[in-house]
Design a protein around this ligand. Structure first.
Ligand code: SAH
Length: 227
């Protein structure tokens, strides 16, 4: 099959050079304050260059966001690491929902750390490419759908953790309702240029929500409708 031939050659090319580049990236992330060894190890193992177009592949292990088409970006590795850390810090969630599949990189990082990941993307072509990558890498504990992530994935709720990788003015209520008691939601919130990374934890007993500010970030906007 064509995809398998592609995958084999992609993985052959994925030799020492890219492993060294990934080791360097991980060393840099540690210097920049990422501490969770599970997260660092996931990033050390996952070939980020397979999640971007070949023309940009030589920059795959820079700590920077890169364009993936349709005006969207694969997030900066530090941001992926920080959000993943925030999500699993108080225990590994069983079922995770991601809004904004994009390249699929964040979802693939999560798939190597949690039992079950669901991811939603509104741009069909990006989702198609991401699915090809998941297949190439043999990722099986992941389901994806083409939909408006503002609605979440009600048929599959509740989720122990929800991660948004696009920034809205607030957290859509429908999404919040799909968070299990004791669950944690990590999301960038606010207008372009003034976004804050928030972690909201829903208390298992009282249902009360504890908000934490995890610092300034820069994300593409959370939009509505399908493309
Ligand atoms: N997690 C991605 C980041 C991609 S950028 C990665 O690792 O590459 C954010 C993504 O969110 C974009 O692909 C954008 O199309 C998507 N997005 C924005 N609003 C959305 C919505 N309402 N529902 C689903 N996806 C959305």
């Amino acid at each position: 099959m064509k995809t398998h031939a592609l995958s084999a050659s992609a993985l052959r090319g994925e030799g020492l050079t890219s492993q060294r580049a990934r080791d360097r990236l991980v060393a840099h992330l540690r210097e920049e304050g990422i501490k969770d060894l599970r997260v660092l190890d996931a990033i050390r193992r996952l070939p980020r260059h397979l999640f971007i177009d070949e023309a940009l592949a030589s920059r795959a292990y820079e700590n920077t966001a890169l364009p993936i088409g349709h005006g969207q970006t694969i997030s900066q590795p530090w941001v992926v690491a920080r959000m993943t850390e925030a999500l699993i810090e108080r225990g590994v969630p069983q079922r995770v929902l991601e809004i904004g599949t994009g390249s699929g990189y964040q979802a693939a990082v999560l798939a190597s750390l949690v039992p079950q990941i669901h991811t939603v993307e509104r741009i069909e072509e990006l989702l198609r490419k991401a699915r090809r990558r998941f297949r190439q890498l043999g990722i099986e504990n992941l389901r994806s759908k083409h939909d408006d992530g503002n609605l979440g994935w009600p048929e599959e709720a509740p989720f122990d953790a929800i991660i948004l990788t696009a920034a809205g003015e607030g957290i859509p209520q429908g999404l919040f309702d799909q968070l299990a008691p004791g669950g944690v939601l990590v999301a960038p919130v606010g207008p372009s240029g003034a976004q804050t990374l928030l972690r909201l934890t829903r208390d298992a007993q009282t249902g009360e929500v504890l908000p934490e500010d995890l610092g300034q970030v820069s994300f593409v906007p959370l939009l509505g409708g399908l493309v």
